[in-house]
Each structure stands twice: as C-alpha cells, then as structure tokens.
Write a protein that binds this ligand. Structure first.
Ligand SMILES: [Fe+2]
Ligand SMILES: [Fe+2]
Length: 284
C-alpha cells in the first residue's frame, strides 16, 4: 500500500457522504445497519480510525495556522467549483455525480423550496472546502464528522472507540468535560477537528449573512446538530443559530436522488447569484 492509499482509504470522498446519508436515513433496513460493520464497510471504518486517531489539538492548530490566513491563491467561486471538479477519485464516471453536480443538486433543492437567494448560494458553495484534498490533505483531514478538540469526546460521535488511539485521550485536561474551554463559551471559541467546513466558512464569511456562516461551518458537526451533544459549550446565540444548520442538513443529505442538474440551463442563474454576493476573485 503506498502512502496515499494508506491515508485515503475511501475510494472517493463521496463514500463518506453516502455513509452519513445512510446513517440518518429513516426506516433503515438490516443491511443498512451493517454499514457500520468494519467487515462490510472497511474503507469507511479505516477512514474513521485515522480521523479519530490523528485529529489532535496540535494538528488542528497547525492546519488553522497554515490555511486560515487564506494565502493559498485567488479564485472566483466558479473557478473554485471547477477546480474541485478536477478531483478524480477512484470512481465510476458513468454513475457518479461530479462534485459540481452534488453542489447543484443541493442548491437546486433549496431553490425549489422557495428559500432566499443567500440560502441557495450557501447550498452551492457548502462543499467547496473539499479543495483541501487538491492541496494535498488526506481524506481524514478534509471530510468526516467534525467534533471539538481539547475537551471530552461525546459518545454520540460515530465510532467513539477509535478515540482511544488519539494521543489527546491521554491528556487529563483534554479529557475533562470542558477541557481547555469555559462553560457556554460559544462555538466561535472552540477548535473543531480540521476539515472542509471550517475552511469554506473562513474563505466566504465576509460575503454572506450569519445563518450561512453556521450552515457552512457546522454542517458536518452531526453530534451537535443531530444528537444535541456539546450544548455545554454553546452560547444561547449558537443555540438559536443551529436551527439554520438543521434546516440546511436535509438538503445536503437527501438531494442526491434528484435528477442530474441541466448545467447549461441553470448556469446563468448561478452566475448572477454568485455575482450578487461575491466581488469576483476571493482569497483561498
Ligand atoms: Fe460537506
Ligand atoms: Fe455536501
């Protein structure tokens, strides 16, 4: 196994998204429960084993220092989407959606439900942070459920047993309920495991309204928005804003079955929409 395969056990990034969608599907059948079984789904299990073992406080702070000054390059939103589309996983090009098609299925489902334009735009950009893969980051540092580092892990995070291999689990302070944080300090003061959510939030935060910030920044924080964990770190304002994260989540999870978007037909709408909120090239 070469180094890349060892770090990237998912055949494609979408395998994680598909696993999450199956986890939260209503009326799961027996077969679907078996998706948690490492024998049935070895790529997903290995992916979480790496993610939970390697996302430490030190790792997260290194990545924040590396990426959050946004000094990589300048690109328009559309250029970033086309760049993300060059991501070639080991997938079947006939049946799989491209990255842009997943973004458009999400945003079109939001548009069909009559939500405001900024909400549609948020759907379109929500996974652009996955360009981290093209900057050389392994899958476990790009996708996966996100969680706070520097405090006790919630049992409602998927595969919690894999945290035993994380060096932070040997640090007594990091294993206290509040760890390095204060009660109800607000999520803006909490370091989340590193991934595509934080990156797209930071790259676009100056251009979108606050509910969009929460949707982007916490869309993979399933233990909080699905299971109600980590309320002891959230401020009353976070609690209020999480209604938007929950409003967004079904469009991310369940829009995949929809028809393939007809790009030439809807492109002008998206070009106008992007131009309404973004100044052209932005910093990444
Ligand atoms: Fe995502
Ligand atoms: Fe997504």
């Amino acid at each position: 196994m070469n180094r890349t395969t060892a770090e990237n056990p998912l055949k494609k990034l979408d395998d994680w998204d598909d696993f999450v969608a199956s986890r939260y599907k209503e009326n799961k059948d027996r077969e679907e429960f078996r998706n948690y079984d490492p024998d049935v789904n070895p790529g997903v299990a290995e992916f979480y084993r790496l993610n939970h073992a390697l996302q430490t406080v030190d790792f997260v702070q290194d990545k924040e220092r590396e990426y959050l000054p946004l000094q990589k390059e300048q690109k328009t939103i559309w250029e970033a989407a086309e760049f993300l589309n060059t991501l070639v996983d080991d997938s079947d090009p006939d049946t799989d959606l491209t990255q842009i098609e997943h973004l458009l299925q999400t945003s079109e489902a939001i548009r069909m439900d009559g939500h405001p334009r900024w909400f549609v735009l948020t759907g379109f950009i929500h996974d652009l942070g996955k360009v981290l893969c093209l900057y050389g980051e392994p899958q476990w540092a790009v996708v996966g459920d996100t969680f706070p580092v520097g405090c006790a892990y919630s049992d409602s995070i998927v595969f919690p047993e894999y945290f035993r291999a994380n060096p932070d689990s040997q640090n007594p302070l990091y294993q206290e309920l509040y760890g390095i944080y204060e009660p109800h300090c607000g999520l803006e003061n909490v370091h989340m495991s590193w991934g595509h959510d934080e990156y797209i939030y930071q790259a676009t935060r100056n251009y979108l309204p606050e509910p969009a910030h929460y949707m982007l920044r916490y869309h993979s924080f399933y233990s909080a928005h699905r299971h109600g964990a980590y309320r002891h770190l959230m401020s009353p304002h976070d609690e209020e804003m999480f209604q938007w994260v929950r409003k967004f989540n079904p469009y991310d999870l369940y829009s995949k079955g929809a028809a393939k978007p007809d790009l030439p037909e809807i492109l002008p709408y998206y070009q106008d929409l992007i131009a309404e909120y973004f100044p052209g090239k932005i910093q990444w």
